[in-house]
Design a protein around this ligand. Structure first.
Ligand code: TXA
Ligand code: MG
Length: 331
């Protein structure tokens, strides 16, 4: 029996529902029929579709305006489900046992009999797998019994959404349903590591700190300049606000809003602090939402220096990429 996928009618906003059992049932039904549903995870909101349905996966790329060469993460609800998609080495297994469910994505060799189509994995011989922690995400995967392909639920190159209304602003008229599970706990995307015979390489700093991973597997490698591009989406400008960003700012220029870390400075009209206590986890949680707020009112934002340790590495990575179009080499 062929069931036609639900079609998001352009201009008609997707319904926003909660994360009750009935809501998760409805979301699972929409996804099982090939639809697109924005779901909360512990990192950021994801735009989910059945990873084994190539037509549904194609709709993700279309809705986001995402280039087809940029692969998607397959979200699973167990190590067993991951093992059907990827070859799980001993080192990969150790990382899964330690950090799953949670904000760690592993790029692993793709199994030749993987049920995930080449569109989701952008024809690479690797696949990114992640077991999210949020009960809503896990609940949907378990209901349909198949992995979910889910990039962050924003238009390509824009700031990732950490609240349901952020999703509605960017994609509301292009998708079928939005689940509102409240603000995401971590606020930055998962950490991505590639595990292969050369070791464990950090492809994207994220919500799980480098230090936590290194405690389990030792020092992480950095992607080599000559190696094949291992995270296609990582190389370009990303997370772009409209406003001009000035990083490591210790003063505020006329017309700029200020994004502080620590107590907000006196005498600056438009200022928000990522964390008045100087806590990096709180800063990561607030980063994207505060960037959106200041971006909606100001054409220029100065950002205080953020220490590069712990979650500061992920925060600085996102800030640097958000500012990239204003540097000489920015794309
Ligand atoms: O926290 C997260 O990771 C969120 C939530 C929704 O799970 N997802 C997310 O997905 O950030 P996305 O698509 O916005 O970013 C995933 C990154 C992209 O830069 C993509 O290039 C990279 O993962 N990626 C996916 N598959 C890959 C692969 N096989 N090899 C290398 N990089 C890969
Ligand atoms: Mg993204």
């Amino acid at each position: 029996m062929s069931v036609s996928p639900p079609s998001a009618e352009r201009g008609k906003p997707a319904p926003i529902i909660g994360v009750s059992e009935a809501d998760l049932n409805r979301a699972a039904e929409v996804i099982a029929r090939g639809g697109l549903v924005a779901i909360p995870t512990e990192t950021v909101y994801g735009l989910a579709a059945d990873a084994t349905n190539d037509r549904a996966v194609a709709r993700i790329f279309e809705a986001k305006g995402r280039p087809s060469f940029n692969p998607l993460i397959a979200h699973v609800d167990s190590v067993e489900m991951a093992s059907q998609l990827a070859i799980v080495s001993d080192v990969a297994r150790r990382l899964m046992d330690q950090f799953w469910p949670g904000p760690l994505t592993l790029v692993l060799p793709r199994r030749t009999d993987s049920p995930i189509g080449t569109r989701a994995s952008a024809s690479l011989d690797t696949i990114a797998v992640r077991h999210p922690k949020s009960p809503a995400a896990i609940g949907i995967i378990s209901r349909i019994g198949r992995p979910l392909a889910a990039p962050s639920a924003n238009l390509s190159e824009q700031v990732s959404p950490t609240r349901a209304d952020h999703v509605a602003d960017g994609l509301g008229d292009r998708i079928d349903l939005i689940l509102d599970g409240g603000p995401c706990e971590a606020g930055v995307e998962s950490t991505i590591v590639k595990v292969d015979e050369t070791g464990v390489t950090l492809l994207r700093p994220g919500a799980l700190s480098r230090q936590d991973i290194e405690e389990v597997v030792g020092p992480l490698s950095a992607p080599g300049e000559t190696s094949e591009i291992t995270a296609p989406g990582m190389m370009k400008r990303h997370y772009a606000p409209r406003a001009k960003l000035r990083l490591n700012a210790t003063d505020v220029h006329p017309g700029e809003a200020f994004l502080a870390f620590g107590p907000p400075p006196e005498g600056v009209a438009a200022t928000l602090s990522l964390s008045t206590a100087g806590d990096l986890e709180e800063a990561a949680h607030n980063l994207f939402a505060m960037m959106r707020t200041l971006d909606s009112t100001h054409a220029a934002i100065a950002v205080a220096p953020i220490p590069d340790k712990g979650l500061g590495e992920a925060i600085n990575n996102r800030l640097t990429r958000a500012a990239a179009r204003f540097t000489k080499n920015g794309v």
